[in-house]
Ligand binder design. Structure first.
Ligand code: ZN
Ligand code: ZN
Length: 177
């Protein structure tokens, strides 16, 4: 199949995106740092390794090999954040898994959680990273846990949580922000 007849596939490295149209392909490090949201349209900004954490960078989903969507050249949106899940196969991206693990570890450390509580929290973190029927109850439970953490710990946790929560989960948890 000549896929050019369906419009140029900007995700294919054989096609750069010199005209800078449509969605570009994002280059993201394994820890979720956006390296270049327009890796095809502005390839000069590409990096093999992250200049913030040293991890390797990817432009496609490790599970299905489809491109990670980046800047919308036709949209008004500012620099996009890397998505939590692949829009093609639904799997969470590596950085989402790592951030969930980091949030779990920090909660466990600050609240001295036992294994059963950790298991529950792990499921709740999966739910708040998505927009599913369980998201709300998971957000309530996480909010209750968060209320038990004091001062600086709570701020730290909130910072880690924000990065793994879906937009709808954030709105449920912090409706005034
Ligand atoms: Zn990085
Ligand atoms: Zn995928």
């Amino acid at each position: 199949m000549d896929h050019r007849s369906f419009g140029v596939d900007w995700g294919d490295e054989r096609y750069p995106n010199p005209t800078r149209q449509g969605y570009d392909v994002a280059q993201v490090c394994m820890n979720g740092h956006m390296m270049n949201s327009a890796s095809r349209g502005m390839p000069d900004g590409n990096k093999s390794f992250c200049d913030r954490c040293g991890e390797k960078t990817i432009t496609s989903c490790p599970s299905c090999n489809n491109c990670i969507s980046g800047l919308d050249w036709d949209g008004p949106s500012p620099e996009p954040e890397p998505a939590l899940h692949c829009e093609h196969c639904g799997k969470s991206y590596p950085w989402t898994e790592r951030k969930k693990a980091a949030a779990l570890e920090l909660f466990a450390e600050l609240l001295d959680l036992d294994n059963k509580q950790k298991e529950q929290l792990s499921q709740d973190l999966d739910a708040v990273a998505s927009d599913v029927p369980r998201t709300k109850v998971a957000a309530v439970r996480i909010d209750t846990l968060l209320a038990k953490v004091k001062d600086q710990g709570a701020d730290m946790l909130k910072g880690v949580l924000v990065e793994v929560m879906s937009e709808s989960a954030k709105k449920m948890m912090w409706p005034n922000q």
